[in-house]
Design a protein around this ligand. Structure first.
Ligand code: NAP
Length: 337
């Protein structure tokens, strides 16, 4: 089969090549999917470049990636099933995430075929395209995990999404609206119209206004852009509100090459018992088996509509990653077959 192959860490143009390789073998609990679409997101950039360096010690592969084929979020049709798989049949249309645990690893989705654990797959809703379905799994998992499966939002809550026009933010706006929140989306000028069209009640241009100084208070600040200090976010938080950090390294521009955002997470976790507005860290993260059915239901109900900015063919993955890095995409970038 044809696949994008990475035999080293480095810039996408230097290390990614389209190659002919063996079709993956499947285990008893796996499904072989013929990939129709696979999305590009920030963690793809991390694993291709090998930055922050700590990801190489976290299962990615020390000198070179353990799995040489990047890509984690995909949609396609079932080609074959393992001996223990009873839920899916050949020809079913599915979507899901190909990595089992750590998202800082390659998942093999930028290829004609990929092997996926059955628990990470769901039936693709009929009302969305393969391209849209491929845009959902990881961003949706991140949003639902950080909202603790929506439990952090009550109807009427004032929720601010910082970085609302990006891959995770565009899902967060819609999921928060679906929970009945009053949503404020913060992003750069060119993305605000899209953020509003996703349902945000109010939008703020971070290049013109500092929302922490506008005198508004929020029940939840979801800091996807990771641009706020705790002190800044507390200026705009209600006394019982929460600050939730995602940890964005801005494709290397944040400069945290060795450890990325991990030190910030550890610091916030360490002080969280003493700061009321920081979530406590004893929540067990949701897995794909928990989040995929919720996302599927929201897609079917029209509560979540993935926005695809642009598609690229498999041979143009380096160009697609460069486009992601530029930061101008409004919605997701998707690789199509
Ligand atoms: N999307 C995924 O599926 C995925 C998967 C794995 C991990 N993640 C993690 O989730 C985080 C966010 O990913 P993402 O895909 O949402 O990234 P993204 O698509 O790059 O979105 C980030 C958004 O934040 C905006 N932004 C930049 N600086 C800002 C500021 N100071 N204030 C407010 N907004 C600002 C950016 O707009 P401008 O560039 O126009 O300023 C952009 O729209 C990353 O840490 C990533 O590692 C995401």
């Amino acid at each position: 089969m044809k696949a994008i192959f990475q035999d080293n860490y480095g810039s996408p143009d230097d290390v990614l090549r389209l190659r002919e390789i063996d079709t993956p073998l499947i285990g008893d609990d796996d499904v072989l999917v013929r990939v129709r679409a696979a999305s590009v997101h920030a963690d793809i950039w991390h694993v291709v470049t090998g930055q922050p360096y700590v990801l190489r010690l976290m299962g990615g592969g020390f000198l070179r990636p353990k799995n040489p084929v990047p890509g984690t979020d995909m949609a396609g049709t079932v080609e074959a099933i393992g001996g223990n798989v009873t839920r899916f049949r050949s020809g079913d249309e599915v979507f899901g995430e190909t990595v089992k645990a750590n998202q800082w690893t390659n998942g093999g989705a930028f290829a004609e075929y990929v092997s996926v654990h059955q628990e990470a797959l769901e039936f693709k809703p009929g009302n969305i395209s393969f391209e849209q379905a491929a845009a959902v799994p990881t961003s949706g998992l991140i949003v639902l995990n950080n909202l603790q499966g929506q439990r952090r939002i009550r109807p009427g809550h004032r929720v601010l999404i910082n970085g609302a026009g990006g891959g995770v933010g565009s899902m967060a706006v819609q999921i928060a609206k679906a929970c009945g929140a009053l949503v404020t989306g913060v992003d750069s000028t060119a993305k605000l119209e899209m953020v509003r069209s996703l349902g945000a009640d109010r939008v703020i241009d971070y290049t013109k206004e500092d929302f922490t100084r506008l005198g508004e208070r929020y029940d939840l600040i979801f800091d996807i852009a990771s641009s706020l200090s705790l002190a800044e976010s507390r200026r705009a938080l209600a006394p019982t509100g929460f600050y939730v950090l995602i940890g964005h390294d801005h494709y290397g521009k944040a400069g945290r090459r060795v450890l990325g955002s991990l030190p910030r997470f550890f610091l916030l976790a360490a002080i969280s018992p003493f700061v009321r507005q920081l979530p406590k860290m004893f929540f067990e993260p949701l897995g794909r088996r928990d989040t995929m059915p919720v996302l599927k239901e929201m897609l079917e109900a029209g509560k979540l509509t993935p926005v695809v900015d642009r598609t690229f063919p498999l041979s143009k993955v380096p160009e697609a990653i460069r486009y992601l890095q530029e930061g101008t995409a409004r919605g997701k970038i998707v690789i199509v077959r």
